[in-house]
Design a protein around this ligand. Structure first.
Ligand SMILES: Cc1cc2nc3c(=O)[nH]c(=O)nc-3n(C[C@H](O)[C@H](O)[C@H](O)COP(=O)(O)O)c2cc1C
Length: 179
């Protein structure tokens, strides 16, 4: 008699491992949905900089620390490294247009959304589009391939809107409430 605790599965073909390529890796990571952030800072001329970023990851609780991975050569990355500070704007589910704008390379991006900046903030806060903003001080950077890993100690957390988050996966945006 078969032990009911032992479950059998239908045998499937063993997948043939393929060499990892950038396209294959991008496709693999598209199957790992995330929230969506916009990393912001101020450049050496005082101009706001920012880019859409899904590579936001918690690193440490004590002290509160996160990391973001930013494309080497990005003007936003350059400004983060020069200023030593950045803000992570976590977007709510109504902020899809802002996510697309800050991924577009549009030089007028800060003319097209409301934002606030004061001396206590590490970078512009997207006052309409972020549900929460973390102000961070850069504590570690490491170039790794095409990107630079930037670790930030979180100094302030500002809750701006109590709305559920925007999600990104399978190369599509989704509202948390629609899931
Ligand atoms: C949903 C989404 C997530 C993204 N995440 C990242 C990321 O984690 N790191 C990155 O370097 N670029 C990411 N990008 C691409 C940048 O947002 C895009 O290259 C942007 O133009 C960079 O801004 P910049 O001109 O200031 O460099 C993402 C784009 C999208 C649509």
């Amino acid at each position: 008699m078969t032990d009911p605790a032992i479950r059998t599965t239908t045998p499937t073909a063993v997948p043939v491992p393929a060499p990892a390529t950038p396209d294959g890796f991008r496709a693999m990571m598209s199957g790992f949905p995330t929230g969506v952030g916009v990393v912001t800072t101020t450049d050496h001329r005082g101009a706001p900089r920012g880019m859409t970023c899904s590579s936001v990851c918690s690193v440490s609780l004590e002290p509160p620390t996160l990391l973001v991975c930013l494309r080497d050569g990005s003007p936003t990355l350059d400004a983060v490294l020069r200023s030593g500070v950045f803000a992570v704007n976590l977007l709510h589910e109504g902020a899809r247009e802002a996510a697309e704008l800050f991924a577009s390379g549009d030089p007028r991006r800060f003319d097209l959304v409301p934002w606030e900046q004061d001396p206590d903030m590490a970078g512009p806060h997207l006052s309409r589009d972020a549900h929460t903003v973390a102000d961070c001080d850069v504590v570690l950077t490491q170039k790794l391939g095409s990107h630079v890993v930037v670790c930030g100690a979180v100094r302030h957390i500002a809750e701006r809107h109590s709305r559920p988050p925007l999600l990104y996966g399978l190369r599509q945006f989704r509202a948390w409430s629609a899931m």
